[in-house]
Write a protein that binds this ligand. Structure first.
Ligand code: ADP
Ligand code: MG
Length: 457
């Protein structure tokens, strides 16, 4: 077996046990450099990866190598060839004549700095690290220490309210805190787009472009928003190349990975995938508890353990909601000037918790959907495009996404190995239809009733 074949087998195994983003992050540009009787030397692209493979993956990698070569006792990691740079593009050098305009929403929030759009409250110190965001957090921190040199761009993705903006802002705050002369801009893709529209109307697009071109760190939040917006994509692309060519750092966030953003130009997609991609998942119970306690410290709330446990048990999918619930309990204690007991906490959160939390499983959802639409479980998985099965299948995908912790690719897997983009499409379709289609809404309620009642037995 050649070194190449050996590593391919190892990668194959690792790929199965990791999300696509994590797999790419940790194993892109790795290879087996040499192999002797009892040791294998693996080449990795940089020190950051080296550390993570040594500390987090070594055991699994070794196991996997030993499946092929039982006599191997040790794996060593060494930093290999540097990354090939993107060709630098030429740009006309437009000088900045006007003063740089501020991005802020005219002081809407006193905590937000007008020049950078950074909000001081989002720091690494106030960010709780759990297994759901460990990689993303480490990548963000590493970027602040190697601005423009380690990962460019850094691309974070994950669901709503899971801490993307917090981490993006923390990067900006840390870089600015350590060097106040750095030129930093945090901007939402939505604002980015509206700025471009404005400058097109005012014929000042070149000013805007040269303003972006002078940044040391550009952070664009919710980049999926530029899907389908041609002019904006063009400016993102030229700004990207300009900054990248000068080793200036770009950080992006999205609710989904680059390959799942619809109507994103191929050239942008490949740029976005060219650095580091890290995902953020749903926090586990311990992390939720730690976040609640952290937020309570920030707000000077003083609740008992039972209250925290109650909230962390009942709100699971979204840190923003977790905070919202905490604030409600906080409001109660301010009004009545005392800490509520658990029964009161339950009452306060009752409206927040429209459906009480019950555990479910993918199987019970698939069964409930199939039963409800009088088709077989097999029909959901089959390739058929018949109308009678297409809609139930989309509903199943939607419910799996809403009611379980499965990722889009995992849902695709459960439904006969469909691509995750199909799943995303289905989820979005059902989500938008529910708001206008009353019968469909009712159907979903009924199916959910089946799911949770059957599970209780
Ligand atoms: P997203 O941008 O992913 O939608 P945000 O970054 O806006 O989410 O996070 C929503 C809220 O939850 C913010 O107030 C943020 O501070 C908080 N939050 C999310 N994750 C964490 C965490 N790990 N530790 C502390 N606070 C968090
Ligand atoms: Mg956000």
């Amino acid at each position: 077996m050649t070194n190449e074949e050996l590593w391919k087998a190892v990668l194959g195994e690792m790929e199965l046990s990791l999300t696509r983003a994590n797999f790419t992050t940790w194993f892109k540009n790795t290879s087996v450099l040499s192999k002797d009787k009892n040791a294998v030397v693996v080449s990795v692209p940089n020190g950051f990866i080296k550390e993570w493979l040594e500390n987090k993956f070594n055991k699994r990698i070794l196991e996997s190598i030993r499946n092929q070569n039982p006599e191997i006792r040790e794996v060593r990691y060494t930093i290999g060839r540097p990354k090939i740079e993107l060709a630098r593009r030429d740009f006309s050098n437009v000088l900045l004549e006007k003063e740089l305009e501020s991005e802020s929403d005219s002081g809407a929030d006193k905590d937000i700095d007008g020049a950078t759009n950074l909000n001081k409250k989002y720091t690494f110190e106030s960010f709780i690290v759990g297994s759901n965001n460990e990689l993303a957090h480490a990548a963000c921190l590493a970027v602040t220490k190697n601005l423009g040199k380690l990962y460019n761009p850094l691309f974070l993705y994950g669901g709503v309210g899971l801490g993307k903006t917090h981490l993006l802002q923390a990067i900006g705050n840390k870089v600015l805190g350590e060097n106040s002369s750095k030129n930093i801009l945090y901007i939402s893709a939505e604002k980015f787009t509206s700025n471009i529209t404005e400058t097109i109307m005012n014929r000042t697009i070149e000013d805007l472009k040269s303003k972006y071109a002078q940044l040391d760190l550009l952070i664009i939040d919710d980049i999926q928003f530029i899907a389908g917006k041609e002019k904006t994509q063009e400016i993102v692309f030229s700004t990207f190349n300009e900054l990248y060519g000068k080793n200036k750092q770009i950080v992006l966030s999205s609710d989904r990975p680059p390959q799942s953003i619809p109507t994103l130009e191929e050239r942008l997609r490949s740029r976005f995938e060219g650095g580091m991609i890290a995902d953020i998942g749903i926090p586990d119970f311990e992390t939720r508890l730690a976040i609640l306690k952290q937020k309570s410290r920030e707000k000077n709330y003083d609740f008992n353990e039972e209250t925290f446990v109650y909230i962390a048990t009942h709100i699971q999918k979204n840190v923003r909601e977790l905070e919202g619930a905490l604030n409600r309990v906080g409001a109660f204690s301010q009004i009545y000037n005392r800490t509520p007991d658990t029964k009161e906490v339950k009452n306060i959160l009752n409206t927040y918790l429209t459906t009480p939390y019950k555990k479910t499983s993918p199987q019970s959802i698939l069964k409930a959907v199939a039963d409800f639409y009088s088709i077989s479980g097999g029909d959901l998985i089959k390739r058929s495009r018949k109308k009678e099965v297409v809609k139930p299948r989309q509903v199943a995908m939607f419910l799996l996404r809403e009611e379980t912790k499965l990722s889009f690719p995992e849902i695709g897997q459960k439904l006969g190995g469909r691509d995750h983009s199909t799943v995303i499409h289905a989820c979005e379709k059902i989500k938008s239809e529910v708001s206008v289609d009353e019968p469909l809404k009712q159907e979903l309620v009924l199916i959910k009733e089946r799911v949770y009642n059957s599970f209780e037995k």
